[in-house]
Design a protein around this ligand. Structure first.
Ligand SMILES: [Zn+2]
Length: 417
């Protein structure tokens, strides 16, 4: 429902936000209401409009009143692509890179993704939970209220399940809504170095059924690139995942055009992510199957890539664009959504409106949650952030901004300052 429609008045109001401006993100635009008010009933937005138009009836319901002091309310950020459960440190590797040592050399010295895999395998569930909690706390303070986390640093059954269990614990212990994605086919573990098909068999026939049986992930992702897995291997994983009822996502066309986006679209994927090397035919397939393009400027920046994703094509074909941090220790150790918004504008030439839609409603689309989350509309879940800014564009312009006043998630207030 949009602000132009007259909603039915709620019988009960728990909270009334006043003295605010709202960017609702409804109707694929900022959809701004200045001098606004909105009401919350339980976990749901029950009324929104101009403050001077608050129906008298609502004023008699004696709600808790929150004065936003002329601040802006936006939907909580939807962070739809992270790998934030890991152990170990790659700081030394960053120093090596700055000294001109290339990734292959670092990898030979025991660094790279396999150092993360080793440390993650060796860490206990409690240790992983403590490490990941620090990162989730940072994201919460940045205004992220919905978060996706992938497994993928285990690369064996035991550790992949351990990571997914940690994600479930994070969901239980933090107010954020957290979605777990199984990314067993992230990289080829060294014990399968000469047998990639054997590893894909393990992912397909052993890991996927176990993950399904435990109910600890809703989506399955794969890394389809010459340095990871081939198109036929990716297809094998997706066929089984689809059979088991998982949603599909794909790391596609990041470093080369491997035709992964077209394959994933054929499986009605929720999203294809990265997409710097996406072809026009791949984009058309995505449009045909309503697949969201998740753009990850943090990885583009950190890897010093030069080929940009085809943003104009996404616009032409009306493919929804989401943006995300891709928070991970190797290619995007970025913990800030507002910094990512700035990068989306500066590096990928997105408009502020596109970047903000990308971190709210289109992020929700990338997770299949757009019916209940990602915008401020009557009947939707209450995931709100109150910002002390002059205009929504400030969130893109003032890179790294974190002056959040308070966050309201599923109807509960969480003070962040
Ligand atoms: Zn990723």
């Amino acid at each position: 429902m949009t602000q132009h429609m007259k909603p039915l008045l709620p019988d009960r109001i728990d909270t009334l936000f006043i003295n605010c401006h709202v960017a609702t993100m409804a109707d694929n635009a900022l959809s701004i209401i200045e001098k606004a008010a909105l009401t919350v009933t339980g976990k749901t937005i029950s009324w929104i409009g101009k403050e001077k138009e608050i129906p008298d009836l609502l004023k008699t319901k004696d709600p808790k009143i929150i004065d936003c002091h002329n601040g802006w309310i936006l939907p909580g950020f939807v962070e739809c692509h992270t790998h934030l459960v890991w152990a170990g440190s790659r700081s030394n590797e960053f120093g090596m890179r700055l000294n001109g040592i290339i990734y292959e050399e670092i990898s030979k010295k025991g660094g790279g993704i396999f150092s993360t895999v080793k440390a993650t395998r060796n860490a206990s569930k409690d240790e992983l939970f403590t490490l990941a909690s620090k990162r989730v706390n940072v994201l919460l303070k940045q205004g992220i209220t919905i978060l996706e986390i992938k497994s993928g640093y285990g690369l064996n059954l035991k550790t992949e399940l351990k990571i997914l269990e940690v994600i479930r614990l994070l969901d239980k212990n933090f107010p954020l809504h957290i979605e777990a994605t199984f990314l067993g086919a992230h990289a080829l573990p060294s014990e399968f170095a000469n047998n990639p098909d054997g590893y894909i068999d393990l992912v397909t026939h052993t890991m996927l059924p176990k993950v399904k049986a435990q109910g600890i992930a809703t989506a399955v992702d794969t890394f389809c690139e010459p340095i990871a897995f081939t198109l036929p291997q990716t297809k094998k994983v997706f066929e089984k995942a689809k059979d088991l009822g998982f949603n599909i996502k794909l790391h596609a066309e990041q470093l080369s055009n491997s035709y992964g986006a077209a394959l994933a679209s054929g499986f009605n994927a929720l999203s294809c992510d990265h997409l710097e090397y996406l072809s026009l035919s791949g984009a058309k397939k995505m449009a045909q199957h309503n697949v969201t393009a998740v753009l990850l400027p943090g990885a583009f920046y950190f890897l010093k890539e030069t080929k940009k994703p085809p943003v104009d094509t996404f616009r032409d074909l009306k493919i929804p664009m989401a943006v995300s941090t891709d928070l991970n220790p190797g290619s995007s150790p970025v913990h800030s959504m507002t910094l990512i918004l700035n990068m989306a504008c500066m590096l990928f030439d997105m408009t502020c409106e596109e970047a903000l839609l990308g971190s709210t409603i289109n992020g929700a689309k990338a997770l299949g949650l757009e019916q209940s989350k990602g915008s401020i509309e009557v009947g939707k879940d209450v995931d709100l952030v109150v910002w002390d800014i002059d205009t929504p564009a400030d969130l893109c312009y003032l890179a790294g901004l974190t002056p959040i006043d308070r966050v309201m998630i599923t109807g509960r207030i969480h003070q962040t300052t």
